[in-house]
Design a protein around this ligand. Structure first.
Ligand SMILES: [Fe+2]
Ligand SMILES: [Fe+2]
Length: 370
């Protein structure tokens, strides 16, 4: 799996290099495990006293008081009719190509049945990627427990490991019992998780997971919760969002101290990592595997998707937490402002001052309370 070189958006191809995007492919979907070397040191701290970093200590107390039980706190008996729910939604018609000229493409002959199937597969794929991403969060946060040098951060990260186990549990159960199919991990997402896990620098685990992956997940969960008319999924997402907002706050509180003392060269490495992570996540949402399952070549679908106005709005929303997170860390303007320039090119820089989608469950509220 993933023997090919990663899509290098900073190299000559640029962010929309279709061949580079498609070269990252899952070559063996039947594998049952994936191994990544972890090059970080496991660090013992003998400074056990709690509260040396009071903000992290307070977040740890909050996390202990906010635990929930996936077995008993959710209405699992709720019946879910996937197709009926999609058809009942006002926005069910159209699709990602609404308003576009499709003549000469495989979609020219598509009608309601094909778009319904696309939406069903889209949901199966999206929830499958959430599931795999949650396992990624589980492993990355276990790595933080080992690799972060501060005891307050180890304590907090341990609560997040429990949170992520619960998230894996709920998404796995929802896919198994309520939806109609599983997808293997998207190769762009796997590459990003591998990049994060392989890196020897402990802060990269935070930057990749808490700031980028979880920043994006938080926006996606909010969006899907808002659009969904299914009460069980809405409740799952409400509980998961509450946890994820805390996880993003954990990343911001930990890294802003650390990044304030890095050199310009070290900061530039973090800016480049953040940008590459952003592009990998954009690439994953082109959902190559869905087109293949529907019998459409991704070579036909992706150029249309990259131009689709509906898709562009969706992609931008997914960056709506990442850009403010990078601003909170000072990464946008550090050095020569390299990251600001890149996010400007991607068309997502205007999100830098955007507040939380749901202030009750937001990151700003958690940071302000701290
Ligand atoms: Fe999670
Ligand atoms: Fe999380």
């Amino acid at each position: 799996m993933m023997e090919t070189a990663p899509h290098d958006p900073i190299g000559t191809g640029g962010v929309d290099d279709l061949e580079a995007i498609l070269a990252v492919a899952n070559t063996d979907p039947s594998v049952v495990a994936h191994v990544t070397a972890d090059d970080a040191d496991a660090i013992f701290s003998w400074q056990y006293e709690k509260g040396a970093r009071p903000e992290l200590a307070r977040l740890y107390e909050k996390a202990k008081a906010s635990q929930w039980n996936a077995e008993t706190d959710l209405p699992w008996a709720t019946p879910v009719d996937q197709e009926q729910l999609i058809l009942a939604r006002a926005s069910a018609g159209g699709g990602p190509f609404a308003g576009m000229d499709l003549s000469g493409t495989p979609f020219a002959s598509w009608g309601e049945a094909e778009y319904l199937r696309l939406k069903v597969e889209n949901q199966n794929w999206t929830l499958s990627q959430f599931l795999h991403g949650e396992q990624g969060a589980l492993l990355c946060t276990a790595k933080i427990v080992e690799a972060v040098p501060w005891i307050d951060a180890k304590y907090y990260a341990a609560t997040q490991v429990m949170d992520e186990a619960r998230h894996v549990e709920v998404f796995s159960r929802y896919l198994d019992t309520k939806l109609s199919g599983h997808y293997p991990i998207n190769p762009h997402l796997q590459q990003l998780l591998d990049d994060i896990l392989r890196d020897s620098r402990w802060d990269i685990a935070y930057l990749g997971m808490q700031i980028m992956v979880e920043g994006l997940a938080l926006a996606a969960f909010h969006l899907i919760r808002e659009l969904s008319n299914e009460p069980l999924l809405k409740e799952i997402l409400r509980l998961v969002i509450g946890d994820e907002a805390r996880h993003v706050a954990f990343g911001v509180l930990s890294l802003k101290e650390f990044y304030a003392q890095l050199s310009a060269g070290e900061i530039r490495e973090r800016q480049e990592f953040a940008f590459e992570a952003a592009v990998r996540m954009r690439d994953r949402f082109l959902q190559q595997e869905v087109w293949e399952r529907l019998g459409v070549s991704p070579r036909d679908a992706l150029p249309l998707l990259l131009r689709s106005p509906e898709r562009a709005g969706f992609t931008a929303l997914l960056f709506s937490n990442i850009v403010p997170n990078c601003r909170r860390l000072g990464l946008l303007d550090a050095g020569d402002g390299w990251l600001r320039a890149r996010f400007t090119e991607l068309g997502v820089i205007h999100f830098e001052t955007r507040g939380d989608l749901d202030p009750e469950l937001g990151v700003d509220r958690l940071l302000a309370q701290n």
